[in-house]
Design a binder for this molecule. Structure first.
Ligand code: FAD
Ligand code: SIN
Length: 521
């Protein structure tokens, strides 16, 4: 196997990975690998914006309270505090690096703050109307490009970590169907989420949960895997992907109607369309069941065509491409898998239970989101915790000498790569199974049946592969099994995890469920 050595390895080039790499760039050589083109990430597609307590009417303490409330009692308070207190500094830094956030009409200097569900203040900064993530990705990639110590390797996929005696020495990656061992003093995992394990998702193709599976195989602790967030509104058109229809559309006054054109949110929550995301998703799902429909409508017609086109240009033009004028017709929408609150368990500095191995962003679980993430807190998480993981990686307990010795002694038995017959069919079956049995509303019977079917594919997780699709499937099976296992163990309903057989928030609900390979913590 080919080998190479660097000081720091960062896996993933979304907001968290890039921010970590920039932080590390003054400390040595950094390699950033990404399995697709550098921009392909959830970050690139983020629409609504980035939450930060910077407006005249806002306070860090109020952002803190709103985050805790959305998290439904399971947030780690110190993680939330770090997010909201450090957030303003990270945003001002990003602006100093060239980020252009939208300004109030007619005021060139005054940042425009939007409102989203469960925020008690207008605090969402946005860029290009509804292209906030694209702007973040642009600025961070340009910044990284100007730094000579950062080397970026696109189309390079991490397949396993190099872990021995509780320390991580880098990763085995696959590039052009050939394996390569990259040795490093510290490895930062920033591989994003797992929406693709569900057949209905807002997430891009790269979000197959690789990081969780790779970390789990290496012995890292994973936590809160039952908490998958379902976004209330994705486009429902049989011929179109489940394109996200941002929360900000409801923040600006968009109304939900059932297929009989009746408003229904008042029956579910006093804050109606602006109730927490898990509440709105369940309300829509329930209403779909009651009316026997596969969608409800999001109605923007009263908001005025000029306003909608200007404030939401990306949503407007994307829907128009599918023959839909959102200013003139109510939009068919349904909930979709969107974000993973759980992940690789870290402290508030990104440190895991493995020395020299850090995690940040959606791949990590600091506990900052508890059982349900507050809208637009994730991009901020990427900036704050990406930087923190970078700081910790710089202080890795492993020395360059130790890493060199490992590299010299390294021997990787050449396993014959396996090829799965009909792997795309299994992928489709798995994704539909997860949507139907481990989705917005679960119960013992649905989860047990999912577990049984996933077990039949378990042999795939024991094999070696050299193709991206097959490696992804292996990881998707692994993380699906973990979601189902955690959802079975949590016999109550909290935040985004809803059990129809245990609909109450009771019976030890404060507990966090963690897994380390082979045993439950
Ligand atoms: P990502 O941005 O997903 O980056 C992960 C990176 O890892 C990618 O480069 C990927 O290619 C790479 N990768 C994955 N697996 C491997 C592997 N095995 N080997 C190598 N590389 C790998 N949040 C907000 O706060 N505000 C919003 O407005 C918002 N809107 C959203 C809209 C959409 C459509 C989606 C999908 C999400 C949205 N979110 C939003 C959530 C937010 O965008 C993500 O949670 C956040 O961007 C995650 O950042 P990240 O750096 O952790 O991961
Ligand atoms: C959205 O724009 O609705 C997504 C915001 C988020 O996921 O935080």
């Amino acid at each position: 196997m080919r080998k190479e050595q660097t000081d720091f390895l960062v896996i993933g080039s979304g907001v968290a990975g890039l921010r970590a790499a920039i932080e590390l760039s003054g400390e040595g050589r950094v390699i950033v690998i990404t399995k697709d083109v550098p921009t392909e990430s959830s970050t690139e597609y983020a629409q609504g914006g980035i939450a930060v307590a910077l407006s005249d009417e806002d306070e860090v303490g109020i952002h803190y309270e709103d985050t805790l409330r959305a998290g439904d009692g399971l947030c780690r308070e110190e993680a939330v505090r770090a997010l909201v207190e450090e957030g303003p500094e990270r945003i001002l830094e990003l602006i100093s690096w060239g980020a252009e956030f939208d300004k109030e009409a007619g005021k060139k200097q005054k940042l425009a703050f939007g409102l989203e569900a469960a925020h008690s203040r207008k605090r969402i900064l946005h860029a290009g109307g509804d292209s906030t993530g694209k702007e973040l990705e642009r600025v961070l990639i340009e910044k990284a490009r100007t730094i000579p110590s950062i080397r970026r390797l696109p189309f390079t996929m991490a397949s396993d970590l190099l872990v021995e005696d509780g320390a991580c020495y880098g990763a085995v990656v696959v590039s052009g169907r050939s394996p390569l061992a990259i040795f490093a003093r510290a490895t930062v995992l920033a591989t994003g989420g797992l929406g693709q394990v569900y057949s209905i998702t807002t997430n891009p193709q790269v979000a197959t949960g690789d990081g969780y599976a790779v970390a789990y195989r290496a012995g890292a602790a994973l936590e809160d895997m039952e908490f998958v967030q379902f976004h209330p509104t994705s486009l429902y058109l049989p011929s179109a992907p489940h394109f996200l229809l941002t929360e900000a559309l409801r923040g600006e006054g968009g109304k939900l109607l059932n297929i009989r054109m009746e408003p229904f949110m008042a029956r579910y929550h006093q804050e109606m369309e602006l109730a927490p995301r898990d509440v709105v998703s369940r309300a829509i799902f329930t209403e779909m069941g009651l009316t026997g429909a596969e969608h409800v409508y999001l109605d923007l017609r009263h908001m005025g065509a000029d306003f909608v086109k200007k404030r939401f240009p990306r949503v407007f033009s994307t829907c128009l491409r599918y023959g839909f004028d959102i200013t003139a017709q109510p939009i068919p929408v349904c909930p979709a898998a969107h974000y993973m609150m759980g992940g690789v368990k870290t402290d508030i500095m990104g440190r895991t239970n493995i020395r020299g191995f850090l995690a940040a962003g959606e791949a990590a679980c600091t506990g900052v989101h508890g059982a349900n993430r507050l809208a637009s807190n994730s991009l901020l998480e990427g900036l704050v915790y990406g930087r923190r993981a970078g700081l910790s990686a710089a202080e890795s307990p492993l020395s360059a000498r130790e890493v060199s010795e490992k590299e010299k002694a390294f021997f990787f038995p050449s396993a014959q790569p396996y090829s799965i017959p009909a792997h795309d069919e299994i992928r489709g079956d798995l994704r539909r199974l997860m949507w139907q049995n481990a989705g917005i509303i679960r119960n013992e019977a649905s989860l047990l049946s999912a577990r049984e079917r996933i077990e039949k594919w378990r042999y795939i997780t024991e094999k070696s592969f050299l193709s991206r699709r097959e490696l992804e499937l292996k990881n998707m099976i692994e993380v699906s099994a973990l979601i189902v296992r955690a959802a079975l163990l949590r016999k109550n309903s909290v935040g985004a995890h809803f059990r129809s057989d245990y609909p109450q928030k009771e019976g030890g609900w404060q507990r966090h469920i963690s897994f380390v390979r082979g045993r439950e913590e």
